[in-house]
Design a protein. Structure first.
Length: 196
């Protein structure tokens, strides 16, 4: 999630704009910190959270390494996923945001919007709400000309979120675990048309 280039909308060698705190009607997207390990490990222990692509849960040690990598990407990439916090309760319910998809080198340079939510919080439009905030930031303040989003075809709910956000299919390829993935994209031009 360090090869930014003109294809992704950020000139080669130029980092992203930094990792913002974004607030929506129901959510806060904020940068992760070391103190988030306990809450994040609890989310990652839910089998369905990482079903795509791991087909199972992530251990606490794996989560600690994940968290270290995410925060390191803030510095190296200028983009990175963020903690997704429910405003009403202050509870972390997942993560979302913009990141460079290093796990899929065949599409780099690129910036991806992605999300994962705890099972109890799915089906309420929260992924769409978080994704909209991240995409709007990426185009409005992040200087991007294109954003991608990636899902396994079996994960139809994520595909529907991408459609609602205005993304269209770009290509199919193979992910790092041998899984088939669909890459979708949204250009700044299409985003601007949709926003009048």
């Amino acid at each position: 999630m360090a090869h930014l280039g003109t294809t992704g909308g950020v000139p080669g060698g130029v980092r992203g704009p930094g990792v913002p705190t974004l607030t929506t009607a129901r959510l806060v997207l904020r940068p992760f910190g070391p103190g988030d390990l306990d809450e994040l490990a609890e989310l990652h222990a839910e089998e369905s959270f990482w079903w795509y692509p791991l087909r199972g849960a992530m251990s606490r040690d794996e989560t600690a390494r994940f968290l270290e990598q995410v925060t390191a990407r803030y510095e190296s990439d200028g983009f990175g996923i963020e903690a997704l916090v429910e405003r009403a309760t202050g509870t972390m319910i997942g993560w979302a945001g913009l990141a460079v998809p290093h796990f899929l080198p065949q599409i780099l340079p690129a910036v991806e919007v992605g999300w994962r939510l705890a099972g109890a919080h799915r089906g309420r439009g929260l992924a769409t709400e978080a994704g909209t905030a991240a995409v709007d930031f990426g185009f409005d303040q992040g200087g991007l000309t294109r954003i991608v989003s990636i899902y396994e075809p079996e994960n139809a709910p994520s595909g529907r979120v991408m459609e609602r956000l205005g993304f269209s299919p770009l290509l199919r390829t193979v992910g790092p675990h041998g899984e088939e993935v669909t890459v979708t994209e949204l250009t700044r031009e299409r985003w601007e048309r949709a926003h009048g």
